[in-house]
Design a protein around this ligand. Structure first.
Ligand SMILES: [Mg+2]
Length: 478
């Protein structure tokens, strides 16, 4: 815990959905759900208008449709989100050499390492300017939390949402944390929360009062001691630039145990993709793929496979993760799944697995559409006009697919900076209609970029435990 609130946590607001609303004027102010649109699809992000109806990230899209039938259900456009993410991460890199991305739209920044004066007024000014710069450069809003530790910075940005900034003054942490549910503490998932609840512990204050010995008795040595430290405000986890980390991992805890084998496989594939997004965001690759499984009875195990060379290919990581999960008995129920890559290097090596895997992916169109591979396949695929994707019409110009079926496709012709556009319907094989590229949200040439120069070459202030799944990173959703 630092004496000044110099750890910044940025989280873009309803990132994928906000990007879609910015891109599609007719959807502004309306419920928008981005995610898998197939029968087994899962919600990636819901706009605030959709959240009013109870739609949440990681919910089955089928359930979201029941709750909010009038929302626009859109396929993710990762190409666009990654472009925006690059712009956002560039803004963060101007503030400090120590930036730790947690996902495409979320990161910690160590302002002290960036030379910002360690006072509440100075860091608040930096945070407000950052929010303005991000809006000018991307057209989107992000929320900022500032505090003396990672845990509190993240809690602060959550409180700031949407489109705000919250600064937690050092010295006020315990008072602020005390009444909060223990679930706000990193590493406390539904299973741990339930164990604590049975012991009469539901808030952070009660957790601290229980004492370390009691928490160790309930949760085991490592978890119990770690939770006690965090609940009493002791969080000295450093901000680690991803290029200095030895592993990248993501994991999800599920509201209900997964028993369906196919669902488990889909979730593992999804986690593999998210893991590769983070790997790529850091410009890294890795040799060892790790899968973590926590079963219904809390038994936790990991399986790993070391590849012949480092990779950052989503297909390779997905394939390895799929092989690993095959070796784990999961039919009795799974609470948590994780996928990690360790043995990181700054380069990749083309390998035969990659080729074989991507060929197979090409054949499996349904899977590719459901999960949206990281790189939109440029190779010709049978045309599937998935809702939300960009198209260009020879006569009407740029638009996006609003829906398709029965041999017809409905397109709305509008651009990020136009008025809401008109809808027209075509035959699915209309030769005038072709897939398009995402348009920038801010018209080129109008971006107001700050004049600050990038910081000089970064130095690493010490390493992090190299084990995958260490720390609380990777639980965020966009
Ligand atoms: Mg977010």
């Amino acid at each position: 815990m630092r004496g000044a609130p110099t750890i910044l946590h940025l989280d873009m607001d309803a990132f994928y959905a906000s990007a879609e609303q910015a891109a599609k004027p007719s959807l502004r102010g309306k419920p928008v759900v981005v995610g898998g649109i197939g029968p087994r699809g899962v919600v990636a992000t819901a706009s605030y208008e959709a959240r009013v109806f109870g739609v949440r990230s990681a919910m089955a899209t089928a359930q979201a449709r029941r709750l909010c039938p009038n929302a626009a259900y859109l396929t993710p456009r990762f190409t666009l989100y990654r472009q925006i993410s690059d712009v956002v991460m560039e803004q963060l890199a101007r503030l400090s050499p120590l930036v730790e991305p947690l996902s495409l739209d979320e990161a910690f920044v160590d302002l002290e390492a960036g030379g910002v004066e360690p006072s509440a007024a100075a860091v608040r000014a930096v945070g407000e300017r950052l929010r303005r710069d991000i809006r000018a450069a991307t057209g989107l809003s992000g929320s900022v939390g500032l505090a003396g530790s990672k845990m509190l910075a993240k809690i602060a940005s959550e409180q700031a949402k949407p489109d705000g900034l919250v600064l937690i003054e050092p010295g006020t942490e315990r008072e602020l944390l005390g009444p909060m549910p223990v679930r706000v503490v990193p590493g406390v998932g539904p299973a741990t929360a339930e164990t604590l609840r049975r012991a009469g512990i539901t808030t952070v204050a009660e957790t601290a009062e229980a004492g370390e010995a009691e928490l160790v008795r309930l949760l085991g040595k490592a978890h119990g001691a770690g939770l006690y430290a965090l609940a009493t405000g002791h969080d000295d986890r450093p901000v680690v630039a991803e290029r200095d980390a030895k592993s990248v991992s993501v994991e999800d805890t599920f509201e209900e145990d997964l028993t369906d084998r196919t669902r488990v496989q889909l979730e593992v594939a999804r986690l593999a993709d998210r893991c590769v997004q983070r790997l790529r965001a850091a410009g890294r690759s890795g040799r060892t793929v790790v899968v973590k499984v926590r079963r219904y009875d809390f038994s936790t195990l990991t399986r790993s496979e070391t590849l012949r060379g480092p990779t950052d290919d989503p297909a390779v990581v997905r394939e390895a993760a799929a092989r690993l999960i095959e070796t784990v008995e999961t039919t009795a129920g799974v609470r948590l799944l994780g996928v990690g890559v360790s043995g990181l290097a700054d380069y990749t090596q083309e390998d035969l697995f990659a080729q074989a895997a991507s060929e197979q992916e090409g054949e499996d169109g349904a899977r590719a559409a459901e999960e949206e591979p990281l790189e939109e396949a440029a190779a010709p695929r049978p045309r599937r006009w998935l809702p939300g994707l960009d198209v260009v019409h020879a006569e009407y110009g740029a638009g996006w697919v609003q829906g398709s079926g029965l041999g017809r496709v409905t397109v709305r012709f509008e651009q990020p900076w136009s008025e809401p556009g008109r809808v027209r319907t075509f035959a699915v094989d209309d030769p005038a209609l072709a897939p398009g590229e995402p348009l920038p949200l801010v018209p080129p040439g109008t971006q107001v970029l700050p004049e600050a120069s990038a910081p000089s070459a970064p130095s690493s202030p010490g390493g992090e435990d190299g084990a995958p799944f260490a720390g609380g990173a990777g639980r965020g959703s966009p």
